[in-house]
Write a protein that binds this ligand. Structure first.
Ligand code: BGP
Length: 475
């Protein structure tokens, strides 16, 4: 059999994208709560604080906060072995900088994890998934401030202690490497919560924040292992491999430069120190980052147990400007790959890229891996009889599972599990839309926030159930 006996089939979500109940149970305001909906190519807007009269999709989301029992029963019906979610930091520390946690928030996750365990579903938990307490932004400037290390570590420690007998699989920061590509104001796809001032060197500030996050992650990993040596604590990387556009050696070197720039975060998480090319890059740029000797020790002491990663698409780069150092820039150096098609949102569909990614990670790090996100965001149509024929989603997932099996079977990579993203429809992180759906379970709610929130099974529900039951054999 190709896949491990204990392979973790399941699904993935993040608290802010499905829970709702944004101001219930003593919860504080997170960065996700102050973001408006985007739509039709319009980006989400970040408001200063919480206003009224706007559509804030994360406030209610799909009301999982009140409906999680029914939803978990549906996951159990599909045969999930695990369920990946995040703990909303603001349920535990509403402002982020308190000394004592909020008991009601802790209790919510006790109940949620118990409900999973009742069905034999392992919770897989991300600590920070784009939902930093908003107070840490206004008071401290987010992760540009070293103090956020202490706040995050306190939050992590409280969670590790409280759930040490319920949760074995953890991840620290979701898609930590995203920030390398989104240096706009307060990007929705990062955990850093940075607001930039006019005239600042955004890149330098971003690298500083990333360093603090990496130290915070390492310190949390170390404490976690002390609390429970059986914990498996991973990093979480957004993986979009960047191919060379051609076999022109310059294109190849652009691809090397691009992979360095996007994935060095993994080196620090796994090896506990910065790779040489980043040290040189900081020198070249004249970036004098606040990296202390204690930080260097902390990084070495808190290396991760596995590599969790998301995979949706691949990219392609070409040498097309004067760039002797092959310094990759996401806006200047990407080109279309004519060999792959794209989704309605322009995300290139490339199953072979998943096999490539698994090989790339395994060649570099020889650590177990966990595909904690993969999926197809699409506009689903509910037929008059209530069915949703999402054959395109089945086709996408089937092709990716085949690629993943080839990486295990033929290439011999060590893979722990697979949790498709948005196993139940939820709010899109990038656009704030409801209509960009990923789920096996349809949720009756539209972009404007109207709908009954009723759940129903899509065609892919029965298909995924069969995939899990056959351990990935019947695709
Ligand atoms: C990843 C995030 C998720 C999720 C997913 C899909 O980057 O970790 O939170 O949202 O992408 O993106 P989107 O929701 O924009 O379609």
């Amino acid at each position: 059999m190709a896949l491990r006996e204990d392979f973790l089939w399941g699904g993935a979500v993040a608290a802010h994208q499905l829970e709702g109940g944004w101001n219930e149970g003593g919860k504080g305001v997170s960065v996700a709560d102050v973001m408006t909906a985007g739509a039709n190519g319009v980006a989400r807007r970040i408001t200063d604080g919480v206003l009224t009269g706007e559509n804030y999709p994360n406030h209610e989301a799909i009301d999982f906060y009140h409906r999680y029992k029914g939803d978990i029963a549906l996951f159990a019906e599909m045969g999930f072995k695990c369920f990946r979610t995040s703990i909303a930091w603001t349920r535990i520390f509403p402002n982020g900088d308190e000394l004592e946690p909020n008991e009601e928030g802790l209790k919510f996750y006790d109940d949620l994890f118990d409900e999973c365990l009742k069905y034999g579903i392992e919770p897989v938990v991300t600590l920070s998934h784009f939902e930093l307490p908003y107070h840490l932004v206004t008071e401290y400037g987010g992760f540009r401030n070293r103090k956020c290390i202490e706040f995050f570590v306190r939050f992590a420690e409280v969670c590790f202690k409280r759930y040490k007998d319920k949760v074995k699989y953890w991840m620290t920061f979701n898609e930590i490497n995203n920030q390398a590509n989104y240096q706009e104001d307060f990007a929705p796809f990062t955990n850093s919560g940075i607001k930039y001032e006019e005239g600042e060197n955004r890149e330098e500030i971003m690298y500083q924040a990333a360093h603090y996050e990496l130290v915070a992650s390492a310190k949390a990993v170390k404490i976690g292992h002390e609390i429970n040596p059986h914990f498996q604590i991973g990093c979480m990387i957004a993986m979009c491999p960047i191919y060379p556009h051609s076999c022109d050696p310059k294109d190849m070197m652009m691809s090397v430069g691009a992979m360095h720039k996007r994935y060095w975060f993994t080196d620090v998480h796994v090896r506990g120190y910065y790779p040489s090319f980043m040290v040189k890059f900081f020198e070249r740029q004249g970036y004098d980052l606040d990296i202390t000797e204690q930080d260097e020790e902390d990084l070495l002491d808190g290396t991760v147990d596995y590599i969790g990663f998301s995979y949706y698409m691949s990219f392609c780069t070409k040498y097309q400007r004067e760039n002797p150092n092959y310094d990759y820039d996401e806006t200047a150096d990407l080109v279309t790959n004519e060999y792959v098609k794209a989704s309605d949102w322009g995300w290139q569909i490339d199953p072979e890229g998943l096999r490539y990614s698994l090989n790339w990670f395994y060649d570099h790090y020889q650590l177990p891996m966990f595909i904690v996100e993969n999926g197809f965001g699409a506009i689903d149509v509910k037929e008059a009889d209530g069915t949703v024929n999402d054959q395109y989603r089945i086709d996408y997932l089937r092709a990716h599972i085949e690629a993943m099996k080839a990486a295990v079977d033929i290439d011999g990579v060590d893979l722990m599990g697979y949790t498709p993203w948005g196993c139940i429809d939820l709010v899109s992180a990038g656009t704030g839309e409801m209509k960009k759906r990923y789920g096996f379970i349809y949720v009756d709610k539209d972009n404007e926030g109207n709908g009954t929130l009723e759940r129903s099974k899509k065609k892919s529900f029965e298909w995924y159930k069969k995939v899990i039951a056959s351990h990935g054999e019947d695709l």
